[in-house]
Design a protein around this ligand. Structure first.
Ligand code: KG4
Ligand code: ZN
Length: 337
């Protein structure tokens, strides 16, 4: 079964053709990052406009690269939630129009479920159940993936996501957007134990909270500057990433033990982080857990992962009407459309 998938939830306009959930025939991404750098983050209105400009050609390119056409496609999958509402609406409405005119089924696909599905592409042998840490710019979840469309959120952030914390602290350090990626690069030369930051306590021990760390790092920068000193960005970045990594992996490993998972996966933009990948690899190997990491190219937003998850949503009978709406927020484990 060939699915044309469309993604526009944030600042990448993306389209892909994926066969039977695992075989990527094309994967086209038009990134807007360069246009948002000057503002230090994604400007929603600019993102929506740029999606409008790019979407037709990105979809056409995805079909051409896959050497196929709309008639030959079996269904159209689209990210309908969660994300920037104006951005989501562009992809959703384009998919609706195309599906309606071509008489194809329309599959509503949750963005974070798609991030998890990136692992099915990288590791074709992976099947649920497994435990997944989903870490992106807007979300930090520990998720029990009980089946392809059955999830239970075991823990999530009470405030900022890990990616948000890295982006904002990187910005305070004078690094360009996307900060997480630039922090990863710069922190390779830093001492991860140069600065000590606290680990927050949460009522549910599997929940996260990163706003305190964000404030602590920003305060450290301000305090040093008030004393006329310039913080060592490499050391500070490395210490911040070390703290985020310790918190994420500590809770993930505790959840795996408590809920009896011996298969662990990472997903989302922050899962591209080299320290996080290194540390979770080490911990899983100590415990004898099987670890699945998405290919770095599939960690960030892309439509191949949407094509993968859409296949399993289709099999589960999750087909939308041509009146599908988009939603800025939507729970991962109880997604409705
Ligand atoms: O999943 P994603 O591409 O978009 C959302 O759904 O939010 O995640 C974007 C986040 C940003 O916060 C970005 O800074 C972070 O992923 N990110 C990284 C790395 N690459 C992207 N964070 C740490 N290390 C990286 N290498
Ligand atoms: Zn994402």
């Amino acid at each position: 079964m060939k699915i044309l998938a469309i993604e526009s939830s944030c600042d990448e306009t993306a389209a892909a053709v994926v066969e039977d959930g695992r075989k990527v025939l094309s994967n086209i991404i038009a990134s807007q990052v360069e246009s948002h750098i000057v503002y230090g983050g994604v400007v929603p209105e600019i993102a929506s406009r740029m999606h409008c400009e790019a979407i037709s050609s990105v979809v056409r390119e995805a079909l051409e690269k896959a050497q196929t056409n709309v008639d030959d496609i079996d269904a159209i999958g689209v990210t309908y939630a969660p994300g920037l509402i104006g951005a989501l609406l562009v992809g959703t409405n384009f998919a609706k129009g195309l599906a309606y005119s071509a008489g194809k089924p329309l599959i509503p696909t949750h963005h974070l479920r798609s991030h998890i599905a990136a692992n099915y592409i990288t590791s074709p042998e992976l099947e649920p159940p497994f435990l997944c840490l989903v870490v992106s710019g807007g979300h930090s979840h520990i998720v029990a993936v009980n089946d392809y469309t059955e999830f239970k959120v075991i823990g999530k952030t009470r405030d900022d996501a890990a990616g948000e914390c890295l982006d904002k602290t990187a910005r305070a350090m004078g690094l360009d957007y996307p900060g997480g990626k630039n922090l990863d690069i710069i922190s390779k030369n830093g001492n991860p134990f140069a600065y000590k930051f606290p680990h927050p306590k949460t009522e549910n021990e599997y929940d996260f909270s990163f706003s305190g760390l964000k404030t602590a790092v920003i305060n450290t920068i301000h305090n040093q500057r008030q004393k006329g000193e310039e913080p060592d960005i490499a050391d500070l970045g490395a210490s911040c990433i070390q703290t985020v990594t310790d918190i994420l992996t500590g809770k993930l490993m505790a959840a795996a033990e408590k809920f009896g998972f011996d298969k662990i996966a990472l997903a989302g933009g922050v899962s591209a982080n080299s320290k996080l990948r290194e540390k979770i690899t080490e911990l899983c190997s100590e415990k004898g857990y099987k670890l699945y990491l998405p290919d770095p190219d599939l960690c960030g937003d892309n439509a191949a992962m949407v094509g993968s998850q859409s296949y399993y949503e289709f099999i589960a009978g999750n087909i939308a009407g041509y009146d599908l709406n988009s939603y800025a927020t939507m729970p991962l484990d109880n997604a409705v459309f």
